[in-house]
Design a protein around this ligand. Sequence first.
Ligand code: GCW
Length: 677
Amino acid sequence: YKLWMQYNTVADSTVVLEYKNNLKGVVVLGNSETIRIAEKELKTGFLDMLGNIPEIKSDIKGENNLIVGSQSNLNAEIKKELRSDFDKINNEGFIIKSISLKNKRQIVITGKNDVAVLYGVFHFLRILQTNKSVKNLHITDSPKTNIRILNHWDNLDRTVERGYAGFSLWNWQKLPDFIDQRYIDYARANASIGINGTVLTNVNANALILTPQYLEKVEALANVFRPYGIKVYLTARFSAPIEIGNLKTADPKDPEVINWWKNKSAEIYKRIPDFGGFLVKANSEGQPGPQNYGRDHVDGANMLADAVAPFGGVIMWRAFVYSEHDANDRAKQAYAEFQPYDGKFKENVIVQVKNGAIDFQPREPFHPLFGAMPKTPIMMEFQITQEYLGFSTHLVFLPKLFQEVLEADTYQKGKGSTVAKVVDGTLYQNKLTGIAGVANIGNDLNWTGHPFAQANWYGFGRLAWNPYLDSETIADEWLRSTFSNDENFIKPVKKIMIESREAVVNYMTPLGLHHIMDTGHHYGPGPWVSNLSRPEWNPTYYHKAGKNGIGFDRSKTGTNATAQYATEVEKLFDNLETCPEKDLLWFHHVSWDYKLKNGQTLWNGLALKYQEGVNQVATMQNVWNQAEKYIDSERFNEVQMLLEIQHKEAKWWRDACLLYFQQFSGKELSAGVEKPT
Ligand code: GCW
């Protein structure tokens, strides 16, 4: 339940001694709710990790104090000492620095406001949690994106779309008067990793959330989250003016509709002055939108943008669209629809794009919209909840996937135009930037279903703060703060976390295969024909296996989806010789005898990949079995049981896919691949 804030007792006595010597007193400056939270967090951390709380002082006396407070609350001497550090940080950034004041050593944690100080405090506690030295600290760190936000796909009846960790945290029935401790713990966990926004409701939206009855509950949550620096956002159902406003239309050009949204926004901001804005899914998968009235995404987004602009709100408009009218290649539709709108959106609109062009697969090439709309802020949408990656049953460390996408080079402004640079705004100097993650959180005791799925929430937050972080660093921090600092535990377990992403790709969708999960729920294999009405809901649409081979030809001999990328990338993917093998069947249809780089035929290579995935899970099990003595038995057993299921299901994936594809390849399984039982 305590997530990565276990604050385990520091085991190493020399480390304890160092901490005690350097942290003799704590001076907390300022009096806001946020500062009180920071103080409380420090006390909890000290007590749990070191067994006692250093003396809390009202002013700076003696040496080796920890001085905590925002810039305006620091005395002139400290301010002077930190002048150049303050120049380096933005409004949400913090400074942690060992300084010498009148020849006395002190450590200062500061920032330009109290929330930034709170971020610094959490960072400092992480230093202690990971048993790093506190001598000669000099850290300045600022988030690289403005909006670091969770998207909850939570419905008002507390079911969670694609949620695998119980019901929604938001207990609408008991709100606004009953404040569940979980809301506070949720805020604390998010603040500890720098998440500063949350969309409370599902993108498949219910207009009722915008009625006064619900807004008063939203207001109560916003009040809880505010001191933690977290803004509340809601999803706006485009047809809300009809459903709850008694209007005949939701046409974004209709004066009454425009007015309705203006009044609705004013009503919300009256309750919640720092309300973040709206997230909108429009004209996608049956959701209403401007196209219902012959208008386009720009008309819809800009109308809402005008409504929230006077209050500083933003509109996050999703680019996840695909229609049944053009079933040629679903991967092309978002780019085709949105790219021509570049430069047409109001400045408080940010277009939210999924990491890949299909839908949160174990592996997808980066979405071609990244870098392709220089005049439009684009934000990243990752999925933390494992819709296509084994729900909360399979151990998959997602920061590895996130990192792969962020590091991908779009070449849109020449070499080095990485997705991370699009997302943090440095490529085109966008002011508005952001990263969203579809939450994997529910009311399960451990929040995320799988104990290791907590690492995906954690890692998402860390990457939203700094999209250039390495997933290994993230795994290391998380393991130490969640389980133990023992190297004998950390080293092997970190390794399996890092490998878990490739394992899931191997046993589900190797070599660029995608969307062959069973239809609807997306759990388990289902490459065979389904009876769903739309062609692109059918897994055979994605793998196109036949006697002549397998794969989706998106090169210029096929749907030419590759043309949506910058020339360098287009060429790379288009050419069978240069297309990375990990994306092979995403971009090409090749024969069963096609020779892979390792000399294997495609059929053999595919089978061996499936087997490798199974073997990797077996290794994960072996490693985990050695971890028993380092951690509590409850979490040990849970993970052990889950890995057992994962192993069984990896074999299920291998057998189902290979037996199915074998009908087309007509070939024996290669040596080294276990025969299905
Ligand atoms: O991944 C798909 C999911 C839908 C989801 C949709 C979306 C919220 O299967 O459940 O709807 O994407 O992102 O809008």
